[in-house]
Design a protein around this ligand. Structure first.
Ligand code: HEC
Ligand code: HEC
Ligand code: HEC
Ligand code: HEC
Ligand code: HEC
Ligand code: HEC
Ligand code: HEC
Length: 255
């Protein structure tokens, strides 16, 4: 028993080293790096002179390994999003001084994440392009939460969603255990071709966890035959399980 846990710890350490080391810089197609007229890149260690804490956590994120070729130069790390920093540094730093702050504007992110840009253009999407919410409502660009489960990818997903959707993410008397796996089991976080940004538009959304095929053509869920019920509409819109996020009244999530 002891031996197994020792091996598990060792394996975990190796995994951590593997994840946290930045051996090969990531090459990635970029449309156009953030540009500040007349400025030259100075590198992350220079930013660290004044923004020490940020650089410390940032080094553990996927973005720390970024390297972009721009005008025969290499732009790395911080400057990939904030633009070249020489003028900002010479001016002694400061807000609004020769540096880009992408707080409200997702464009610097879209320069590299073209596929994410595409998902925000799908018919049902979070209003990021409309500037009502921003990438940084859900992602931390500097990795302060990197030590949580999924790092930059979002530590505790449901808590992120709860900031704005208290009703769906709130505690219920009869919880729906599906929510323990995270909202993204059923919703695309950026955008979807389906209403309410659902992963699937029909009962297959639910059948991937529920339901057994008793005989070809016969579907039971729980102990009940659902064959004819499933023909009546989706599990949630046919008036059967409208409380998909959990219920305070009914254990079968009927309302
Ligand atoms: C000489 C010190 C110094 C250096 C070097 C420096 N900064 Fe700054 N920076 C500052 C100060 C001071 C502020 C203002 C902070 C505040 O008001 O809280 C600032 C603000 C910023 C802001 C916010 C700007 C805004 O308009 O809101 C960004 C982004 C930034 N720095 C990025 C960088 C990057 C990237 C580097 C490296 C290329 C860097 N800084 C190097 C001192 C520096
Ligand atoms: C992936 C893009 C990206 C990278 C890389 C990046 N930042 Fe940022 N940075 C942002 C965004 C987005 C914001 C605005 C965050 C917010 O206020 O919600 C920001 C804000 C800032 C600010 C202003 C914080 C404040 O209090 O308003 C500073 C300073 C800063 N970044 C420094 C750095 C430094 C130093 C690095 C490198 C270690 C770095 N950034 C790397 C995207 C990035
Ligand atoms: C210079 C190019 C570049 C820019 C600019 C950029 N990213 Fe990234 N980003 C990457 C690369 C490369 C990865 C590594 C994973 C991949 O290939 O998708 C990544 C990964 C991510 C991930 C997943 C991290 C993980 O742990 O898997 C998130 C979330 C992310 N970026 C968000 C952002 C946000 C938000 C912004 C703007 C504030 C931004 N990125 C700006 C290139 C970029
Ligand atoms: C409403 C919250 C939210 C917003 C806003 C948001 N994201 Fe995400 N993003 C997520 C979640 C949740 C995941 C994890 C998806 C998963 O694990 O299935 C994710 C994953 C990612 C990834 C990893 C690759 C992938 O597709 O899984 C990248 C890159 C990314 N987001 C970039 C961005 C950028 C760039 C923006 C702004 C233009 C943005 N996100 C805005 C919630 C959000
Ligand atoms: C910063 C606030 C914010 C965060 C965080 C956030 N959302 Fe949203 N969400 C919105 C806004 C704004 C809308 C658009 C509502 C509208 O158009 O009336 C929306 C819409 C939605 C919709 C579609 C609602 C409808 O009626 O069509 C779903 C589903 C959704 N969000 C799920 C999520 C999930 C899952 C997460 C976590 C990954 C999340 N949201 C995080 C603000 C947020
Ligand atoms: C088991 C699948 C499932 C999970 C998990 C799930 N949802 Fe939903 N959600 C749905 C379905 C189905 C709808 C559409 C309901 C309708 O149209 O009546 C929906 C609708 C929504 C809406 C639109 C408003 C509404 O209530 O109709 C929001 C916002 C939302 N969900 C947020 C979330 C958040 C936040 C989480 C995580 C805490 C989450 N959902 C987890 C299936 C799910
Ligand atoms: C990620 C897996 C998953 C998904 C997807 C999922 N569920 Fe569930 N659901 C569970 C688990 C786990 C339970 C609790 C154990 C059980 O009763 O089977 C549960 C319980 C339920 C219950 C209560 C069962 C009872 O005792 O009456 C209902 C009703 C339900 N789910 C409906 C739905 C509907 C409707 C959808 C689609 C919108 C859905 N589920 C999607 C995992 C899931």
């Amino acid at each position: 028993m002891k031996e197994i846990s020792f091996l598990a710890i060792l394996a975990a350490c190796v995994a951590v080293i593997f994840v946290f080391s930045c051996r090969t810089p990531t090459e990635r197609l970029m449309v156009q790096p953030a540009a500040i007229g007349g400025a030259e890149p100075v590198g992350m260690e220079t930013c660290a002179l004044c923004h020490e804490d940020m650089v410390k956590t940032f080094k553990y994120t996927a973005h720390a390994c970024l390297s972009i070729a721009a005008d025969d130069r290499e732009v790395m790390g911080c400057e990939a999003c904030h633009g070249a920093g020489s003028l900002h540094m010479e001016a002694g730093g400061g807000r609004g001084r020769f540096i880009i702050n992408p707080k409200k504007n997702p464009e610097p992110c879209f320069q590299c994440h073209l596929e994410i840009k595409a998902s925000f253009n799908l018919p049902y999407h979070h209003p990021v392009s409309e500037r009502r919410i921003n990438c940084t409502n859900c992602h931390n660009p500097h990795g302060e939460d990197i030590y949580k489960a999924k790092g930059l990818r979002i530590g505790r997903e449901n808590e992120v969603c709860r900031q704005c959707h208290r009703e769906q993410a709130g505690l219920r008397v009869f919880e729906h255990e599906a929510l323990r796996d995270g909202c993204t089991i059923c919703h695309r976080p950026h955008g979807s071709i389906h209403d309410k940004m659902l992963v699937e538009r029909d009962s297959n959304l639910c059948l991937k966890c529920h339901g057994q095929i008793a005989m070809p053509g016969l579907i039971t869920i729980g102990d009940f035959s659902h064959t004819t019920r499933l023909a009546g509409g989706t599990c949630w819109s046919a008036g059967c399980h409208t409380a998909v996020h959990g219920s305070n009244l009914n254990p079968h999530l009927r309302y």
